[in-house]
Design a protein around this ligand. Sequence first.
Ligand code: ADP
Ligand code: MG
Length: 265
Amino acid sequence: MTAQTSATAPAKDVPVIEIRDLHKSYGPLEVLKGVDLVAPRGNVISLIGSSGSGKSTLLRCCNLLEDSQQGDILFEGEAVHWKGSGLHRHPADKAQVLRIRTNLSMVFQQFNLWSHMTILQNVMEAPLTVLKRDPAEVEAKAREYLAKVGIVEKCDAWPAQLSGGQQQRAAIARALCMEPRALLFDEPTSALDPELEQEVVKVIKALADEGRTMIIVTHDMKLAADVSDHTIFLHKGLIEEEGPPDQLFGNPQSERLRGFLSATM
Ligand code: ADP
Ligand code: MG
């Protein structure tokens, strides 16, 4: 099975990702209790909230790494087809899952590079094996994206030979090499020392300036305030407050958000 990235871009006003009334449980534990999220093309959405509020779960539901029990997920206007219901609900169409997952590339807190592959091989792996792209073309793209994140000279190094900041930049190049419709970041700077954090923040800001569609889970309120078009504050599986970052950070309405911000900023 080959994942298709559709050749023609859909109408500009169709969001890349749209989530409606999403509910997600792990067994008896309801983690998302009816969440809506819209990521218009070219927008950066940041997700903030306390540990355990459901941020990672929401991100993983977006690209179908996790099943969900109720609600709709649309990728470029195309609704995910489900079979079963409740805890037995799963996506019905494997080709659709692959198409969505390959178009929503995830960058994880712990980088998750393959330790037995060089940096170049890491970046080339999925376009070669999942998308079955031409090796020479993929290598050229991989070098281009590694140059973009500033580590093309590390092509032949092993992940263990890189600093955390370099590994995370390699992971971003790997996500970019899939040429996805959107990038999903789950706390991309949380595992890094402050000085290394900044080199990753710089890359994320450059991607935002390019007009890429991104959803960023972050504990870094400055990053969220700087790059986002829209910020969502999640509390115990529900959206407690959302809006433009100026408003959320400058004039938070909910007591919980005020408490969260005073504890984190
Ligand atoms: P956040 O990313 O905001 O810290 P998570 O989405 O990781 O929160 O987790 C939300 C809740 O779901 C937490 O109570 C967590 O313990 C629980 N949870 C997360 N993943 C699993 C899992 N695989 N199995 C059971 N519970 C989980
Ligand atoms: Mg998390």
